[in-house]
Design a protein around this ligand. Structure first.
Ligand code: HPA
Length: 268
């Protein structure tokens, strides 16, 4: 199925960008930054799962941002919606078959590190997978990658350094941290956040990790950027999806500035 989707997309667009950005909750507005955009609805692509959650649109948009060819994945699907791990990573695999080299994964996350604040952009240094699944379970397709991929440097340190200098150039404040992936869809309890803090997590979220595991399997270099949309459970009065969307949207301008300053730097 991934090959069928890749063949279909090759017919639609002859030359696919080597860089893609997966836009998380409330970050779809970045699509407005693309020059000469060509948009393809997920529903047109054979096998591509179409999302349901509020704040996610469901299309691929190919164009140029800051002069750099880029594919935007607007509307990722999540495990908590009931999609299988293989469906969740379908798009990453298809883009990998189309020659993707660099993947920027953005998301909304709860901040566990006390020095974080709402709206802060955090560069992901590593992750802890607590989703209870792994998209690589099942027969391995050696054309995609090895059976037992190394996970020592999933998030490219060089990309992170470039992102930090891009952020400094445009006056955007960033943090760094470890992202813990939870299944969701309920937010964590304060006791779970205490556990996550104890095991070294700085952020809690419900996405990104399946895509990162899959891209790493395929040898694609990854940058992960979380928007802290709320402090984690027990650190603020209560949590709501409305707040996640509101803070996500209000910090979208910072994310856009950072991405536009960063894209021309990502050459390797
Ligand atoms: N926990 C998990 N996922 C999230 C959160 C959170 O606090 N905020 C946004 N996504």
């Amino acid at each position: 199925m991934i090959r069928e989707a890749a063949d279909y997309l090759r017919q639609r667009i002859a030359s696919w960008p080597e860089t893609a950005i997966v836009l998380g909750s409330a970050q779809a507005s970045f699509a407005g930054e693309l020059v000469n955009p060509v948009s393809i609805d997920f529903s047109e692509i054979p096998g591509w799962p179409a999302p349901s959650v509020q704040g996610h649109a469901g299309k691929l948009i190919v164009g140029e941002a800051a002069g750099v060819p880029v594919t935007l994945v607007s509307g990722r699907v999540h495990l908590y919606e009931g999609w299988t791990p293989q469906q969740v990573v379908f798009g990453v695999r298809v883009l990998g078959l189309l020659g993707l080299k660099r993947l920027i994964l953005t998301n909304a996350a709860g901040g566990i590190k006390p020095s974080y604040r709402r709206g802060l952009l955090v560069l992901i240094t590593d992750h802890i997978n607590l989703q209870g699944s792994n998209p690589l379970v099942g027969p391995n397709d050696p054309e995609l990658g090895p059976r037992f991929p190394d996970m020592t440097r999933v998030y490219c340190p060089e990309f992170r350094a470039l992102a930090k200098s891009a952020a400094a150039e445009c006056g955007v404040d960033t943090g760094e941290g470890v992202y813990a992936a939870m299944l969701g869809p309920s937010f964590e309890t304060p006791a779970e956040i205490g556990f996550l803090r104890a095991i070294g997590a700085d952020l809690a979220g419900m996405s990104t990790v399946p895509e990162a595991i899959t891209a790493n399997h395929m040898g694609i270099r990854i940058l992960g950027i979380s928007t802290v949309t709320n402090m984690a459970a027990g650190m603020q009065a209560e949590l709501s999806h409305t707040e996640v969307l509101e803070i996500g949207r209000s910090s979208a301008a910072d994310l856009a500035s950072l991405l536009l300053a960063l894209l021309p730097k990502l050459k390797s």
